[in-house]
Ligand binder design. Structure first.
Ligand code: AMP
Length: 524
């Protein structure tokens, strides 16, 4: 089934679309804000450290950072790899790349220096911007790859800013130019860089402004990390385009979010935000009275969480579905039924279908298959990986998401599982293969299988089953401690279970479904 995308009759849309394109090529963001009724002198970002940036100041900040990158030697189309703590500057750095024509490459702050070296080798950035405490550990890597190493701290200081003059002639990027490369892991254990153009990001921001009815009256609580598409693009570009305001928090804290709700209109979060808010005694209809919208995504929201939240607050959480490669694809309706356990309908201008995973023939409603997507949001392919790009598109141009699901008779999409067995823990993706390789290299381990099991706080917990070499004794605590030294904390198994043999099918494939089923009660 291939539902037709909803047609936009909204001329406001066209104005914004033209505004973004012009903003990239000729005008600046301040003019863009003004062009849709905003005022560049109005606050855009209000930070928890007391700093406030108006639209005009934010744009000027992006210009300063762009000039710092240019001084360090960056030229248009160069990659700028960034591993910094969450700050307004971290987001402005993306806009600095837009202004300078550079390609923004954000990295998860949990990545170790060893993990960062893979991205630097693959993407060959001209500049590496890192928080000051990371710089000593990355200097040799930067030198080896002839990349300039600059620092940026979370108060806006560092060598990037020290060298900046603010003198930048906007590069004039086009709709199809690359704006960012966001790395996403692969089942082979190697991350792939998803190439996103200005047009991919702008079209998605426009679709979301329309679908979620954002206006300049909106005030968003932003408590997401900014190295991932959700916090970096979804939660930021929608407010930037609608002229709204962001209450910018370093991290999620239930008490702080509860307090901010009396001044805010919207929260965007991963399901963990909502399970934590439900544990807060203050959550009530009264406490959420000022809010117009709660949005959830990046991982499945339990229907139970949806129902409990509605019972406590009177708000039906709006669940949407997207991914690094495509930004957002579907959303429950703003006006209309928000159906618990589903990810809603295709967004404006985006086609979503469920197809046979082998033949890619569209399937009838209510039939499980592969979710495939087409539209201006779909990325340009994987960085320097044409083979993987070719594998992930059908011959007629649909992107094969890797998510299995079905569409109801009235168009609502339900995700039934991930074809590639990835584990989503606290909103982050963990690809089992990478963890299995690390476990298999530990002394005394014969083989391993990594899988996700339900966890009340993280959604899923990374869990491993291992088989010992004959005669070897394995110590769970010691294995976890060693993995913590090698891997980002969110990727480390919460439990490692030592078993006699892995369950396999007749073809020799490990049956992860059986493992998940056997250990599904592990975390209560
Ligand atoms: P990422 O590329 O990190 O954004 O992860 C994308 C993946 O997260 C998708 O391919 C889905 O498997 C999953 N995902 C995102 N949103 C949802 C959702 N609302 N429900 C279920 N899975 C989701």
């Amino acid at each position: 089934m291939s539902p037709e995308p909803r047609q936009s009759s909204n001329s406001f849309d066209a104005v914004l679309m033209a505004g973004w394109a012009d903003g990239l090529s000729a005008r600046n963001l301040a003019e863009l804000a003004a062009s849709h009724g905003g005022d560049a002198g109005r606050p855009f970002l209000e930070c928890d450290d007391g700093r406030v940036f108006t639209f005009a100041e934010f744009w000027a900040l992006a210009g300063r950072l762009a000039s710092g990158l240019k001084l360090a030697g960056a030229r248009p189309a160069d990659r700028i790899a960034v591993q910094v703590e969450k700050s307004p500057e971290a987001i402005a750095l993306f806009w600095a790349c837009v202004r300078g024509g550079f390609v923004f490459l954000p990295l998860n702050t949990a990545y170790t220096a060893a993990e960062v070296s893979y991205f630097v080798e693959d993407a060959e950035p001209a500049v590496l911007v890192v928080s000051p405490q990371r710089a000593p550990g990355l200097q040799a890597l930067a030198d080896r790859h002839k990349a300039a190493l600059l620092t940026l701290d979370d108060a806006g200081g560092g060598t990037l800013v020290d060298g900046a003059t603010g003198m930048i002639a906007d590069h004039g990027s086009s709709w199809d130019d690359l704006a960012a490369i966001l790395y996403t892991s692969g089942t082979t254990g190697r991350s792939k860089g998803a190439m996103l153009s200005n047009g991919n990001l702008a079209s998605n921001a426009l679709a979301l402004v329309e679908a979620w009815a954002f206006t300049k009256a909106d005030v968003l609580i932003h408590a997401l990390p900014v190295y991932h598409t959700h916090g970096l693009f979804v939660a930021t570009n929608t407010l930037l385009l609608s002229g709204g305001r962001i209450l910018f928090r370093r991290a999620f804290d239930a008490d702080a979010v509860m307090r901010l709700m009396s001044q805010a209109t919207c929260l965007m979060g991963v399901p963990t935000f909502y399970t934590r808010l439900l544990q807060h005694d203050g959550l009530s209809c009264e406490a959420t009275r000022h809010m117009r919208l709660f949005i959830s995504g990046s991982a499945p929201l339990l229907a139970e969480t949806h129902r409990e939240f509605a019972a406590r607050t009177g708000h039906a959480i709006l669940e949407r579905y997207g991914m690094t490669e495509t930004s957002m694809n579907t959303s429950n309706p703003y006006a209309g039924e928000r159906r618990a356990g589903t990810v809603g309908l295709p967004l404006p201008h985006i086609h979503v279908r469920v197809a046979d995973p082998q033949t890619h023939a569209p399937l009838a409603a209510e039939t499980d298959g592969m979710i495939e997507v087409k539209g201006p949001n779909v990325f340009k392919g994987y960085w320097r990986n044409p083979q993987k790009t070719a594998e992930d598109f059908t011959s007629d141009g649909w992107f094969i998401t890797g998510d299995m699901g079905r569409v109801s008779g009235d168009g609502y999409v339900t995700i039934s599982g991930r074809a590639k067995d990835l584990v989503i823990t606290g909103g982050f993706n963990v690809y089992p293969k990478e963890i299995e390789l690390a476990i298999d290299a530990l002394p005394g381990v014969l083989e391993s299988a990594v899988f996700g099991v339900p966890h009340p706080d993280f959604g899923e917990a990374v869990t491993a089953a291992v088989v010992a070499r004959p005669g070897a004794a394995l110590d769970e605590t010691a294995m976890i401690a060693e993995l913590r030294r090698q891997l980002a904390a969110f990727k480390c198994p919460k439990r490692i279970l030592v078993i006699d043999e892995l369950p396999r099918n007749t073809m020799g494939k490990v049956q992860k479904a059986a493992l998940r089923d056997r250990w599904k009660g592990l975390f209560g």
